[in-house]
Design a protein around this ligand. Structure first.
Ligand code: CTP
Length: 368
C-alpha cells in the first residue's frame, strides 16, 4: 500500500499558505486491510477512514461515477487496482489534483504545479461536470486566491457555463450550496465569487435577484475589507434587493442561518432610515430602536449599523457619523430605568406605555 498527501494540503503548501487539514490517499489497499490497521470507516458505503491516532482522513483510491444515488449522488469504485492517476483525474482542478509521497516527491500527472505557477484554475478532465457543486467551488477558489492573481481558465469557465445552462445547479441541496457560499463570503475578496458565478451564468440560476454590477457588490467588498462576520457580509451582499419577498426567497433557497436571514431582512427594510438617522424625529428613532429590540438584543443593532456603514463607505462616503449617532440613541433609550415605574405600581400594558413615553423623552433630549 502507498499513502499520499493529496488535495488542498499539497496545493497550499506549494503556495506557502497555512495548511489546516490534511487529506490522505491510500493506493493498493482493501477495506479489510485498513480496518486491520485500526482505521475507522467514516460511513458504510464510503471508502474513507479515520486514522486511529491523528483523526485525519484517509481515502481509498477510487474512481467515481454519477448515479443520482448514495452519498451526494455518486457511486464509488474503490479497489486496490485503482491507480494514483485514476484517482487524481476525477478531481476538480489541476491544482487540487497533485499528490505528495512520504519522501516528499510531488506526483503531478495533470500539471497542477504549472497551473499553480501560472495562477490558473483549470479543470482536470470532463469528469469535472459530474459534480455541479464544483461550479461554486471554482468560484470560491477564485475569491480566495484572487489576491495572488489567480483566474479561471477560459475552457473551465466554458464548462461551468454548460453546467449552469443545463439546469444541473438546481439539483444541489441547500446545505451543500450554502457551505460554499458561506466559505466564499468569508474569503478576502468575496465579490470575486459572485463575479465568477455571474460570468458563467450560474448566478442567474442560483440568485437571479442579485445585481452583480461592481457598484452593487462594493458593500460586500467593504465588509470583507473590514473583516465583518458572516451575517453582516450576507446582509451586505443582499442590500440591493429591496423587495422583501425576494429577500425571503434567497434566504430560504439556501436555508441561510437565522442570524443571516434576519439581518438581511432588517437591512433591506431599514437601511434608508439609518442613513437619515440625524433627520429622524424622536418618535421615528424610537420606532427603529423598538423594531430592533435594542434593549434585549444590542448586538443585532450593532450588526445592522455595521452593514449600513459598509454600504455608505462603498459609495465613497468618507465617514459614517450616523453610526455613533445611532449608538448614542440606543444608549439613551436603554438608559431609561424601569424600576421607578414599577415602584409606581405600573404593570402590563400600562408599564409598557409609560416606558415608551420615557424613552421618547430621553430621545427628544438626546436630539437636543
Ligand atoms: N474534490 C473534488 N471535487 C469536490 C470536492 C473535493 O475534486 N466536489 C477533491 C479535490 O481534489 C480537493 C479534495 O477533494 O482538493 C479535498 O476536498 P476539500 O477538502 O473539500 O477541499 P480542499 O481542496 O482541501 O480545499 P479547502 O482548502 O477549501 O478545504
Amino acid at each position: 500500500m502507498h499513502i499520499y498527501k493529496v488535495g488542498g494540503a499539497v496545493r497550499d503548501r506549494l503556495l506557502g499558505r497555512p495548511v489546516s487539514d490534511i487529506d490522505w490517499l491510500v493506493v493498493g489497499a482493501t477495506v479489510e486491510e485498513m480496518q486491520a490497521q485500526g482505521f475507522r470507516p467514516v460511513g458504510a458505503d464510503f471508502p474513507v477512514f479515520i486514522h486511529p491516532k491523528t483523526g485525519e482522513e484517509y481515502a481509498l483510491a477510487r474512481t467515481e461515477r454519477k448515479s443520482g444515488r448514495g452519498y451526494g449522488g455518486f457511486t464509488f469504485h474503490a479497489s486496490p487496482e485503482v491507480t494514483l492517476e485514476e484517482d487524481l483525474i476525477r478531481r476538480d482542478l489541476t491544482i487540487n489534483a497533485m499528490a505528495e509521497d512520504d519522501q516528499g516527491n510531488l506526483h503531478d500527472p495533470y500539471r497542477g504545479k504549472a497551473d499553480l505557477d501560472k495562477r490558473i484554475l483549470r479543470h482536470v478532465s470532463p469528469a469535472f461536470a459530474e459534480d455541479p457543486l464544483r461550479v461554486l467551488r471554482v468560484a470560491r477558489f477564485a475569491a480566495r486566491y484572487a489576491p495572488l492573481g489567480f483566474h479561471v481558465a477560459d475552457e473551465t469557465l466554458e464548462l461551468m457555463r454548460q453546467i449552469s445552462t443545463s439546469g444541473e445547479l438546481q439539483a444541489l441541496t441547500a446545505e451543500r450550496s450554502w457551505k460554499e457560499i458561506e466559505r466564499a463570503l468569508m474569503e478576502a475578496q468575496p465579490q470575486v465569487f459572485i463575479e465568477v458565478l455571474r460570468d458563467c451564468g450560474a448566478l442567474q440560476q442560483l440568485m437571479p435577484e442579485l445585481d452583480p454590477s461592481p457598484q452593487a457588490l462594493a458593500p460586500l467588498q467593504q465588509a470583507a475589507g473590514h473583516r465583518q462576520p458572516l451575517h453582516v457580509r450576507w446582509a451586505c451582499l443582499l442590500q440591493g434587493v429591496r423587495d422583501t419577498s425576494q429577500l425571503k426567497a434567497v434566504n430560504h433557497r439556501f436555508k441561510a442561518p437565522r442570524e443571516c436571514q434576519e439581518l438581511a431582512l432588517l437591512v433591506g427594510e431599514c437601511l434608508p432610515l439609518a442613513h437619515r438617522a440625524m433627520e429622524l424625529e424622536a418618535a421615528a428613532l424610537l420606532e427603529l430602536l423598538q423594531k430592533f429590540d435594542v434593549y434585549r438584543r444590542p448586538q443585532r443593532f450593532e450588526d445592522f449599523i455595521a452593514a449600513c456603514e459598509m454600504e455608505a463607505l462603498a459609495r465613497q462616503a468618507e465617514s459614517y457619523p450616523q453610526a455613533a449617532y445611532l449608538r448614542g440613541a440606543a444608549s439613551a433609550a436603554r438608559g431609561v430605568d424601569v424600576k421607578p415605574l414599577v415602584a409606581q405600581g405600573l404593570t402590563g400594558q400600562a408599564l409598557g406605555e409609560a416606558l415608551k413615553a420615557e424613552r421618547l423623552q430621553a430621545l427628544t433630549r438626546y436630539k437636543g
